[in-house]
Design a protein around this ligand. Structure first.
Ligand code: V47
Length: 373
């Protein structure tokens, strides 16, 4: 890939495509504007956008491609938000609704206790039957079983919900969660920061500015968080770029975002059934433009579960520097029709990274290097 890239006259090609000014900004480390982001999407050329994104990707992360050994737990699918893009949620009493007891959760953790996971990733629905103590007992109990494990849990949406049901401030809620064992917050629940889309498709969910406020509070308390975008449904290019700009502004203020993860929409079993899966081209464009716009994020993650392992591996040359992890079990995308595996072995992850011509690097949640392969 690199040799072919080196043989092309990029200056001329980018100039001809109308991307000369963006190329100059990328080379000089200058921030891209909202209009630059929209222009890249409108041109829709993943080779050109990928070339530009790769400059930043390699400037920030060299030839490394990171992965993590992690376990996912989705403790409940009962959710009062009823987002129309979601195939995972159930109403209480509905067929397929579940909520794990703390003993169920601890048993899952025990089951994998001998595996060298460094992270447990936990997200679930807003279930009115689960109180604050359930969460704090969950985290402290997990830490009793595996004191060294990093608990990455609860989206900003769940944190805001816990603040609401306890009557505590978001700040105090976060302090108590941290004391019980929460180490960082995953990036879900951001969807797309568009009030027009939210009103129509996820009206009960936290608004974009509120999601950003919770993330900012967490950062101020030393709790790092991830960020996501849900793309490939009804959003426009302008809405995608607006989302990226909002995240970039928040990162300038509080600096606690670890990684950004574009999540490709899967419509099966949702209210939006029939919307076709994102194309590989769109996935690579989203990855590349994210890398280009989010100049203050160190890491862009290609979550193989949503993208397929093949597109995730390709993404490593289109801006992404991370391929997530072993995962072990995933429900949210699979209930929405994903046909990807629910787990990959470390050997499979290493193979994908090697195929992409990158250097596999095992990391922990906050990107401390555990092993280079
Ligand atoms: O918030 C829901 C999305 C998110 C669908 O932080 C869907 O490292 C596609 O945030 N099609 C939860 N996506 C998962 C998530 C995540 C995943 C991996 C890594 C990290 C991280 C975070 O999944 C939700 C929502 O945006 N989602 N339904 C669907 N039908």
């Amino acid at each position: 890939m690199e040799e072919i890239r080196d043989r092309l006259n990029w200056d001329e090609t980018l100039e001809k495509a109308g991307l000369g000014e963006i190329h100059r900004k990328v080379q000089d480390g200058e921030r891209l504007s909202f209009d630059d982001g929209v222009k890249l999407f409108e041109l829709g050329d993943p080779t050109l956008a990928g070339y530009l994104a790769n400059i930043i990707r390699e400037r920030k992360n060299g030839n490394r491609a990171y992965f993590i050994r992690n376990q996912h737990i989705n403790h409940t699918n009962i959710c009062r938000n009823k987002c129309r893009f979601c195939a995972f949620y159930r109403e209480k009493g509905q067929e397929g609704a579940y909520q794990m007891t703390l003993d169920d959760i601890f048993a899952e953790v025990e089951l994998h206790k001998d595996k060298p996971f460094t992270e447990i990733h936990i997200v679930g629905g807003l279930n009115p039957d689960l109180n604050f103590k359930y969460y704090t007992d969950m985290f402290s109990g997990i830490k009793r079983i595996r004191p060294e494990i990093h608990v990455q849990a609860l989206t900003c949406v769940e944190v805001a919900w816990l603040a609401e049901i306890t009557g505590m401030s978001v700040k105090d809620t976060l302090i108590k969660l941290k004391e019980s064992g929460l180490d960082s917050i995953p990036g879900g629940g951001a969807e797309v920061f568009s009030e027009a889309l939210r009103r129509k498709y996820w009206p009960n969910k936290l608004a974009g500015n509120e999601w950003l406020e919770v993330a900012g509070e967490a950062h101020k308390l030393g709790i790092p968080t991830n960020a996501t975008i849900l793309y490939g449904h009804k959003e426009t290019y302008e809405e995608r770029v607006h989302h990226l700009v909002k995240l970039r502004e928040q990162q300038d203020k509080t600096g606690g975002f670890i990684a950004f993860i574009p999540l490709a929409f899967h419509s099966h079993n949702t209210d939006l059934t029939g919307i076709p899966r994102t194309t590989g081209r769109d996935d690579l464009m989203m990855m590349a433009v994210s890398r280009l716009m989010l100049d203050n994020f160190d890491h862009i993650k290609a979550f193989w579960i949503m993208l397929t392992p093949e597109i995730a591996a390709l993404s490593l040359n289109y801006g992404a520097d991370d391929i997530d992890g072993t995962v072990t079990e995933e429900k949210i995308t699979h209930m929405a029709g994903a046909e990807t595996p629910t787990a990959l072995t470390v050997d499979e992850l290493l193979g994908l990274i090697h195929d992409a011509g990158r250097d596999p690097t095992e990391r922990d949640t906050i990107y401390n290097i555990i092993k280079e392969y």
